[in-house]
Write a protein that binds this ligand. Structure first.
Ligand SMILES: [Zn+2]
Length: 321
């Protein structure tokens, strides 16, 4: 008994206790602030900040950028129409305009939701590569774009588009893909259409978010050469749903992100995200954000730093951190 009592009074015990308290505070600090209510994500605040929502659309990509001056930029539309409800919940009720729509590449997991977006929203401006892809959903999308007479651009590396103080810097593609075909290397594989993805960095003040589409390490390798000094970003939207074909060590070092966001579906058949990518991010001390566990993920920038809120509270260990 007295041994226990003297242990409790000992310096060792107080050190262990202090360690446990510090560990507790640190782990509390790593729990992300939940966003919205039990009924779903909330409407975006009109607070003069930059907002980016990475929607949980299952196995695919769809993200909304809302600039401090109220312009809406939609990047891809996910594999089904779930983006419609999510967009409606996030935007002001009477907002039916999308100032810029970016289709990174025409694979169905990025494109499908956009068909309905064209029907329900006034899309003012469209950016895509124009690469040939003869699926029904892509043909229908192009037909809808033509019918609505939407301004279409094919951005290339080096272009910059500004909305007030918000800037989009385009890094990829280097070449014109419009009207060209690419050979696919097979489902779930790297390269092919994935490597035609539009890659850009969103910059507001001192904060940056790098959107990789489904670009693989072949593109990353070129970017490290062609754009190395400008790749640095606070948040990396990891290429190709966290597949093993993207996110090389060299590329990650060049981007040096604080947060890495992986958009993939729960229990998807591709095995995304790959263990190698999770381990690489974890070993580099990067916070891992996943739509398959965190749900919708909101990044808010005041120009000085980025705050993250997520739909679901997820323990760091469950997210791969
Ligand atoms: Zn994809």
């Amino acid at each position: 008994m007295s041994t226990i009592r003297s242990f409790l009074r000992s310096r060792w015990f107080s050190r262990i206790l202090a360690g446990a308290v510090i560990a507790g505070v640190l782990s509390l600090g790593s729990v992300l602030e939940p966003w919205g209510t039990a009924t779903g994500p909330g409407r975006l605040a009109d607070d003069g900040k930059l907002h980016v929502i990475f929607f949980d659309v299952g196995q695919g990509d769809a993200a909304l950028i809302r600039t401090p001056t109220g312009e809406d930029i939609l990047v891809d539309g996910g594999p089904d129409t779930s983006v419609i409800q999510k967009l409606g919940a996030a935007l002001p009720k009477d907002d039916r305009d999308i100032e810029l729509l970016i289709l990174t590449h025409p694979h169905a997991d990025h494109l499908t939701g956009l068909l309905e977006i064209l029907r329900r929203y006034q899309v003012r401006r469209l950016m895509m590569t124009g690469v040939v892809h003869t699926t029904d959903v892509h043909e229908s999308f192009l037909k809808e774009v033509r019918n609505r007479d939407i301004d279409t651009e094919t951005p290339r590396a080096g272009e910059v588009v500004s909305f007030g103080e918000t800037r989009l810097e385009f890094f990829w593609p280097l070449e014109e893909w419009s009207g060209r075909r690419v050979s696919e290397t097979g489902p779930g594989e790297g390269g092919g259409l994935n490597d035609t993805s539009i890659v850009f960095r969103l910059v507001y003040g001192q904060t940056e978010v790098l959107f990789m589409g489904d670009a693989t390490s072949e593109v990353e390798e070129e970017l490290v050469v062609s754009a190395s000094s400008t790749l640095v970003s606070d948040l990396l939207k990891v290429g190709h749903h966290g597949s093993k074909y993207s996110t090389s060590r060299v590329f990650l070092a060049a981007v040096d992100p604080e947060n890495a966001l992986i958009s993939s579906g729960k229990g998807n058949s591709y095995g995304h995200p790959a263990y190698r990518v999770i381990k690489l991010l974890r070993d580099a001390g990067v916070r891992i954000l996943r739509t398959d566990t965190h749900g919708d993920i909101l990044a808010t920038s005041d120009g000085g730093k980025i705050d993250i809120q997520t739909e679901n509270e997820v323990l760091a260990s469950e997210s791969g951190n």
